[in-house]
Design a protein around this ligand. Structure first.
Ligand code: CA
Length: 400
């Protein structure tokens, strides 16, 4: 089996009036970069690269740099290919674009391995610890004509939170960091009041705070019994996160902007996280994600996947979630204490909902992990064509 072709597809789905904000800016469209790898015997694997916008430069890297080392290779050699692609870009690319590119490529290769073996990726990776995951809703972004209007922001998060309760969710993560601290605290108070004391709540600042404001927000969230405080500080400030962990009892979650075993080793050695959030479509793919999981388990720290992007990244995260061992073992693992709590983005996302042949269907707050070969999804080509704005192909030359 040889790799014959590597294709990339830039997908964009405009959101129009449904645009929303995190602390870092507005989302006016959903964007994904899909990677498709085809072998000489007709196997096809899909991956997704660059879950952070923009994505065009990741496609350029795949074709201009990685393709030369990929075409003609046996896709079963995922470890050796990963090592070669990473090592050949070490001098300039130990994180960011080259690892984003490598992630999509590696996931596509694992998809091919699964298709060829007739096994889901979690079976290839050694077997699943679970066949379903409890999901939490990711929502409570900033919306509306004036996202800085406190009265409407409070009403909006209260109504939105009640909507998640009505849909059957039992856990919810909301955004903070865009409004002044007292106003964001009022928003989070309104959410707690709306959902009641027993509902699991988390919050995510997308690294909007300095050390002082993070401490103040952390104290306010503790008083409201929030379970975790995500990305309080910029990902470079590992010492700051470690200090917050010592000062606060709320769990500090971080890691979605980290790359490879080397990045997560620094994070863990700095004591910077109670919960590590790796994204399989950015951290280095399955080959590297499994090593990162071995590291987090050795540090007795749970890994809860960061999930964003299209149906491909979502399916990859589900396969990854299946193989994450409980930290630690108990007879009845409980999410999120020692079992996976899976991120379910509740913002509008046609690239997730329309691209998989069969959409991922929540049963209450639970998702089944696909058991069919590879990633366990079939890509709907009509949906792909509907949202594709640029595609590119690199093909093996005759004789190679
Ligand atoms: Ca996040």
């Amino acid at each position: 089996m040889r790799i014959d072709r590597i294709e990339t597809f830039v997908l964009k789905a405009p959101l129009g009036t449904e645009r929303f904000y995190s602390s870092q800016g507005s989302f006016h469209e959903r964007t994904s970069l899909l990677v498709r790898i085809t072998t000489d015997d007709g196997h096809v694997g899909w991956g997704e690269s660059g879950v952070s916008m923009p994505v065009e430069h990741v496609a350029a890297y795949i074709h201009d740099v990685a393709a030369l080392r990929l075409l003609g290779r046996d896709p079963a050699n995922t470890e050796a290919i990963w090592f070669e692609l990473y090592s050949s870009s070490r001098d300039f690319g130990r994180s960011g674009t080259p690892v984003d590119a490598l992630s999509g490529i590696d996931v596509a290769l694992w998809d091919i391995r699964g298709q060829a073996a007739g096994l889901p990726i979690h079976a290839l990776a050694g077997g699943a610890h679970r066949d379903r995951v409890r999901c939490y809703a990711t929502g409570l972004y900033y919306r509306g004509e004036d996202v800085r209007d406190l009265a409407s922001a409070v009403g909006q998060v209260r109504d939105e939170a009640l909507g998640y309760v009505a849909r059957g969710f039992t856990a919810l993560k909301g955004k903070v960091g865009l409004l002044p601290l007292p106003q964001d605290i009022k928003r989070m108070e309104a959410v707690r009041e709306a959902v009641g004391d027993r509902f699991l709540l988390m919050t995510d600042a997308n690294h909007a705070y300095n050390r002082h404001t993070a401490r103040r927000m952390g104290q306010a969230l503790e008083a409201l019994d929030y379970y975790w405080f995500e990305e309080p500080l910029v990902p470079e400030d590992l010492e700051g996160c470690a200090a917050l962990r010592r000062e606060l009892s709320i769990a500090i979650a971080t890691g979605e902007c980290e790359y490879t075993r080397y990045g997560y080793r620094r994070l863990l050695q700095a004591d910077a996280a109670d919960i590590v959030q790796a994204d399989i479509s950015a951290c280095g793919g399955f080959s590297e994600g499994l090593k990162i999981h071995a590291l987090t388990a050795a540090f007795c720290t749970p890994l809860l996947p960061h999930v964003w992007g299209s149906a491909v990244a979502f399916a990859a995260a589900l396969q990854f979630a299946a193989v994450l061992e409980p930290v630690p073992h108990t007879a009845f693992p409980q999410a999120p204490e020692n079992d996976v709590l899976f991120e379910y983005d509740c913002n509008p996302n046609p690239l997730r909902d329309e691209l998989a042949g069969v959409p991922f269907a929540l049963e209450g707050d639970t998702l089944r992990i696909p058991q069919t070969p590879g990633l366990g999804i079939a890509i709907d080509r009509e949906a792909l064509n509907r949202y594709c704005v640029a595609e590119q192909s690199s093909t093996r030359k005759a004789g190679l």
